[in-house]
Design a protein around this ligand. Structure first.
Ligand code: DOR
Length: 441
């Protein structure tokens, strides 16, 4: 187990009221042992043989948690493996990722959950927390073995890529998940309204001659899901919110005390359907990119806490498939290695948000939703850390990424701010500037 001292850091964990301008943090044997201003106390707490990193005044936050990631193992290892995704995660500043179960075959049983955890441990990069399907085979027909998957270490249930199709089935799923004290993560999309839609329905879809997906395709399912959470007392988490009315529905439900939480992606916070004007499938995603009004509503939802978390929905696809004609290309975009830079540039450097407003959405809140026991800087918790250089200028270049896939909509963007060091359990797994030094014991 690793021991680490990070000194000369601006330590920031808004969830615990921690904001220390020139602080030290010590990790001993994998667990946080000291957070404060005294270097000698930190050295004592870390014990002998600790690695030492001088943060140079940069921002030290809880290790970021990405609660929505697609690893393609088993089934599509050319796109991503558990190891390559977990490695891309630490390179992007994420100490923990949550793996969606829409693999091939789907993760719908206990041994598949155990396999994911074992492969992640063997890889030794980010912590990987697996999600199991709601329905057996992700077929939308009958419930999967939810309790067994919980026993194997599933942190939640989701048929992501699709909503649970029937209200009756979701009602039962929410009741079971409540007994197991876990949320259901819902991809809100009504299949019958999706039809042959491939982009947001509106002026652009008409102009481009592409099939439209109305906002109601998402909102009808959000309304249904919130109603079922109210009925059952279960916890529903709305994935990748994309429309203004979805934000309004979740706001109302939260005011009523319904157990609902929500996430938004960096692309739904920054890009609109205007990106599709050249028919480039790199911008094809589910739910689709929407209007500027929707983008602004998502930002507002994030600001006032209606939307709890920022999650990448990292969805790797082969370049050959992404280069198909728009209607035939798969949906999804990678995000593990751009999320911090895009959020920093578009939300923080622009002056719209401060880091104290953003950090919980990337750490304590996703951790709390899934009860991961991470995402905070407090003694006794795992030594997961992210060091951010808020002013670092860099250009997003998918060829330099560690993900196996290249379908990045931010290719070529000039970004300001990035993660420069990631530690998991006190072990420095990514260190852009080589600031961590290991002294011989
Ligand atoms: O665009 C998407 N791609 N949205 C999803 O919900 C699933 C994902 C995938 O698995 O490719």
């Amino acid at each position: 187990m690793a021991s680490l001292i990070v000194r000369n850091a601006h330590i920031l964990d808004p969830s615990g009221g921690v904001d220390i301008a020139a602080g030290c943090l010590a990790v001993r044997d994998g667990l946080i042992a000291y957070v404060g201003g005294d270097g000698i106390e930190a050295a004592t707490a870390a014990g002998p043989g600790a690695t030492v990193a001088d943060a140079g005044g940069l921002l030290l936050t809880p290790g970021f948690v990405d609660m929505h990631v697609h690893l393609r193992e088993p089934g599509n290892e050319a796109e991503e493996t558990i190891a390559s995704g977990a490695r891309a995660a630490v390179m992007g500043g994420f100490a923990s990722i949550v793996a969606m179960p829409n693999t091939d075959p789907p993760v719908d049983n206990e041994s598949a959950i155990i396999f994911t955890r074992r492969e992640a441990r063997r890889a030794g990069y980010a912590n990987v927390f697996p999600v199991g399907t709601v329905t057996a085979g992700r077929s939308g027909q009958e419930l999967a073995e939810m309790a067994q998957m919980a026993r194997g270490g599933a942190v939640a249930y989701s048929d992501d890529g699709a909503a649970v199709p029937s209200a009756g089935l979701l009602r039962r799923a929410l009741s079971y998940a409540k007994m197991l004290d876990k949320p259901i993560l819902e991809h809100c999309e009504d299949k019958s309204l999706l039809a042959d839609g491939v982009m947001d329905e509106g002026y652009m879809s008409t102009a481009l001659g592409l099939g439209g997906i109305p906002a109601e395709c998402e909102e009808i399912v959000v309304a249904r899901d919130v109603a079922l959470a109210r009925l059952t007392g279960g916890h529903v988490h709305i994935q990748h919110v994309s429309t203004a009315k979805s934000v309004a529905l979740i706001r109302l439900a939260k005011l009523e005390g319904v157990r609902v939480t929500a996430e938004v992606t960096p692309h739904h916070l920054t890009l609109t359907s205007d990106c599709l004007r050249d028919y480039d499938p790199v911008y094809k995603v589910s739910p689709p990119l929407r209007s500027m009004e929707d983008v602004l509503a998502c930002r507002e939802g994030l600001r006032d806490g209606v939307i709890d978390a920022i999650a990448s929905d990292h969805a790797p696809h082969l370049q050959g498939e992404k280069e198909l004609e728009f209607a035939f290309a798969p949906t999804g975009m990678i995000g593990l290695e751009t999320t911090v830079g895009v959020v920093s540039t578009v939300l923080v450097r622009s002056g719209l948000f401060t880091w104290p407003e953003i950090v919980p959405a990337l750490s304590s809140r996703p951790s709390d939703i899934l009860k991961l026991g991470r995402g905070r800087l407090a003694a006794g918790l795992p030594g997961d850390l992210t060091l951010i250089d808020p002013l670092r200028a860099w250009t997003a270049d998918p060829d330099a990424f560690h993900s196996r896939s290249r379908n990045c909509p931010f290719n070529g963007w000039k970004l300001e701010g990035r993660a420069v060091l990631t530690a998991v359990g006190g072990a420095v797994l990514f260190d852009l500037d080589g600031r961590a030094v290991r002294f011989l014991p």
